[in-house]
Ligand binder design. Structure first.
Ligand code: CP
Length: 298
C-alpha cells in the first residue's frame, strides 16, 4: 500500500498548476489502460452527499472501489447533520473513526476551506453551492484534451446558468490558465460579476467555438423559479445551430441535462456530443485525483 506522504485536499481548481493538471490527465490515461492499478486497500473513503447526486456520487464510489478502498456512504437523511451537527464536527467524527478521504457535496459556498483547518483527513469538494466542482472541471478538461490534444488558442464557450453554476467558475478559471479563449452565453440576469470575459450570443458561439459547454439551469438555486419558456430558442443548442458548428467541434454538458431546454433532446447523443464520454472519463479522472491525494501530491 503506498504511504500517505502528507495530507492534501482538492477544494478548488485555483490551486492546480497546469503541470499538475496535465500530470493528473496522464495518470487518468494510464489508469484507463493498465491492469495494474495502485491499491489503497485498508484505507477508508466516506462519501458525504448532503445534496442529490447521481454521477459524482456513483463515479467516486466506483473510483474508490477500483483502488481497493473501503467506502462509507452518508447522505442528508442518514447523517447527524439533520440533527444539527455542523459539517466540521461531522468531518472531525469521520477523521476520528479512521476515514482517510472525505468526498463532500453540500450547499454552502466556500465552507470547506474553513473545515480543512484542524482536520487530519483529505477532503474533496464534490460541489459546494454556487462555488466550485473541481473534479467535474477536471473531467470536462480531460474530455476536451482527449479530443483536441491542447488547450492553446482553443475557443471555448460556456453557456447557461452562469450565476448559479459551480462548474462554470471552475472551468473558466482552468481553461484560461491552460491557454484557451473563453466566452460566455447567458441571460443578462444570469451573468456573474466574477466571470468578466466576453459575453456573446448563442448564434455567435456556434459559428466560432471549438468546444461548447452547456450548463444545466439550476432550478433548486433560483429564489423565484426560472422560466424555461423559449429558453432553447434564445439561449440553447437547437438542431439548426448545431448544424452550423464546425466539423471538429464538440458539445459538453455536466448533466443532468434538461432535455429540450439547454439542448434539443436529439442532440444529447449526437456525434458531436461528449456528454456520456464525460461521465465515463469521470471515473478514471477521480481515480487519478484520489491517487494524488493519497500520495499527498495536491
Ligand atoms: N454533474 C454532476 O455533478 O452530476 P450529479 O449532480 O449527478 O453528481
Amino acid at each position: 500500500m503506498p504511504a500517505i506522504e502528507s495530507l492534501s485536499h482538492l477544494l478548488s481548481m485555483k490551486k492546480l498548476s497546469n503541470e499538475r493538471i496535465m500530470h493528473l490527465f496522464a495518470t487518468a490515461k494510464h489508469m484507463e489502460e493498465t491492469d495494474r492499478l495502485p491499491s489503497y486497500q485498508g484505507r477508508f473513503a466516506a462519501n458525504l452527499f448532503l445534496e442529490p447526486s447521481t454521477r459524482t456520487k456513483s463515479s467516486f464510489h466506483i473510483a474508490e472501489r477500483r483502488l481497493g478502498m473501503d467506502v462509507l456512504h452518508l447522505d442528508d437523511a442518514a447523517s447527524s447533520v439533520t440533527k444539527g451537527e455542523s459539517l466540521y464536527d461531522t468531518l472531525k467524527t469521520l477523521e476520528s473513526i479512521g476515514v482517510d478521504l472525505a468526498v463532500v457535496r453540500q450547499s454552502e459556498t466556500g465552507i470547506l476551506q474553513e473545515c480543512t483547518k484542524g482536520l487530519n483527513l483529505s477532503i474533496v469538494n464534490a460541489g459546494d453551492g454556487c462555488g466550485e466542482h473541481p473534479t467535474q472541471s477536471l473531467l470536462d478538461l480531460y474530455t476536451i484534451h482527449e479530443h483536441f490534444k491542447s488547450f492553446k488558442g482553443l475557443e471555448v464557450t460556456i453557456a447557461g446558468d452562469l450565476k448559479h453554476s459551480r462548474v462554470a467558475r471552475s472551468n473558466a478559471h482552468a481553461l484560461k490558465q491552460l491557454g484557451a479563449n473563453v466566452t460566455f452565453v447567458t441571460k443578462p440576469e444570469w451573468q456573474d460579476p466574477t466571470l468578466t470575459d466576453q459575453y456573446i450570443t448563442m448564434d455567435e458561439a456556434v459559428d466560432r467555438c471549438d468546444a461548447l459547454m452547456l450548463l444545466r439551469i439550476q432550478h433548486e438555486r433560483h429564489e423565484q423559479g426560472a422560466s424555461v419558456l423559449s429558453y432553447l430558442d434564445q439561449f440553447g443548442l437547437t438542431k439548426e445551430r448545431e448544424a452550423r458548428m464546425g466539423e471538429h467541434s464538440i458539445i459538453l454538458h455536466p448533466a443532468p441535462v434538461n432535455r429540450g431546454v439547454e439542448i434539443d433532446s436529439d442532440l444529447v447523443e449526437s456525434s458531436k456530443s461528449r456528454i456520456f464520454t464525460q461521465m465515463k472519463n469521470g471515473v478514471t479522472v477521480r481515480m487519478a485525483v484520489i491517487d494524488a491525494l493519497m500520495k499527498g501530491e495536491l
